[in-house]
Design a protein around this ligand. Structure first.
Ligand code: GLU
Length: 332
């Protein structure tokens, strides 16, 4: 007999989010990133979880409106922007889709790959993706293109956390090496310093768990933002970006993450994680302390727990769901 999809209500998702929040909110473990000084100073007790269903209902618990540094999660929207501007085939050719299996900022990965491309979701590929961005209008046009795209995906105009930008720019020596190695290998398509600055600025943008959940839902919904009701990108790009997230979302810990959680997700050293259940929902969690690979300990635990409680797994036919999205009265 063919496996049929589960049916899950918004009330069940809300209960799972509340349970994960309550059971994890007082737990400790991990350590804020400190190689970017600003991140070390962020309150480590902040914790929020947000799920956006494909009818636009947002279910949240905790500090979901606290603004934090988007960091590597910004690689996701800029990879989408590159697809919007160049198409999925050119992004594969010019940047690539290869999960390096090495840390996010690995120079070794670049040395090994030389002129072979790698994923736009690791630092080297992300700097290359920034170099590709077509300017809208004037000299600040590239930046405007990056932020406009994020605003379309989240429904919110993003702003740079200036202190984070200063902190990150003053300490980005590793990324500077990456930008110039890309130049050496012919894999950067604009001035390396300018491209690195764009990358650093996009990593320093403020975001919230609520906003990331909407971005995740837009990807899960084939590019249609369920909150703004706008088609942001070509539906054909949704499986491409989700495949990139699946293969490299947690860098060298991606395989463990998928095995344990059953959901493609992308983390950032600011403590945010964005997860995609295609055709079902987008989820985001935020908590600053990280494991040694740079992934938020509590955000990972929260998303895993919610997936388990709901009995969902993207790799199991009987554990996909059809969400009964009607908003429960208590949420309206
Ligand atoms: N801006 C950070 C860096 O390039 C982002 C790293 C991350 O979030 O994984 O080092």
């Amino acid at each position: 007999m063919a496996a049929s999809h589960k049916s899950i209500t918004a009330a069940e998702i809300k209960a799972a989010v509340d349970h994960a929040y309550e059971s994890l909110k007082d737990t400790t473990g991990g350590k804020n990133a400190d190689y970017i000084p600003y991140l070390a100073s962020v309150d480590p007790t902040l914790f929020g979880i947000s799920v956006c269903l494909l009818d636009g209902t947002v279910i949240s618990a905790g500090d979901v409106d606290h603004t934090f540094g988007i960091e590597s999660v910004s690689k996701v929207p800029t990879a989408i922007l590159a697809m919007r501007e160049y198409g999925a085939v050119d992004v594969l050719e010019k940047v690539g889709a290869d999960a390096t299996g090495l840390p996010f900022n690995s120079i070794m990965a670049l040395l090994l790959e030389k002129d072979r491309p790698s994923s736009p979701l690791v630092n080297a590929g992300a700097i290359a993706a920034c170099s590709l961005v077509e300017p809208i209008g004037d000299a600040d046009g590239k930046w405007r293109a990056i932020t406009t795209n994020i605003a379309e995906l989240t429904g919110h105009e993003p702003a740079v956390i200036e202190e984070l930008y200063r902190s990150e720019s003053a300490t980005d020596f590793n990324n500077r090496s990456i930008a110039w190695l890309l130049k050496d290998y012919g894999r950067i398509y604009d001035d390396p310093n300018l491209s690195l600055d764009l990358y650093t600025r996009q990593c320093s943008l403020g975001t919230t768990a609520h906003q990331l959940a909407i971005m995740a839902a837009t990807i899960a919904n084939d590019g249609f933002n369920p909150v703004t009701n706008k088609q942001v990108f070509d539906p054909d790009f949704a499986p491409k970006i989700t495949s990139l997230i699946t293969t490299v979302g947690f860098y060298e810990r991606t395989d463990d993450w998928l095995y344990k959680s059953g959901i493609p997700a992308k983390s950032g050293v600011g403590g945010g994680v964005l997860g995609i259940m295609p055709g079902m929902f987008g989820i985001a969690a935020f908590s600053p302390p990280l494991d040694e690979a740079g992934n938020s300990v509590k955000a990972q635990a929260a998303i895993r727990q919610i997936m388990q409680e709901l009995g969902l797994n993207i790799f199991a036919a009987s554990r996909l769901c059809v969400c009964q999205c009607a908003t429960p009265a208590s949420e309206a």
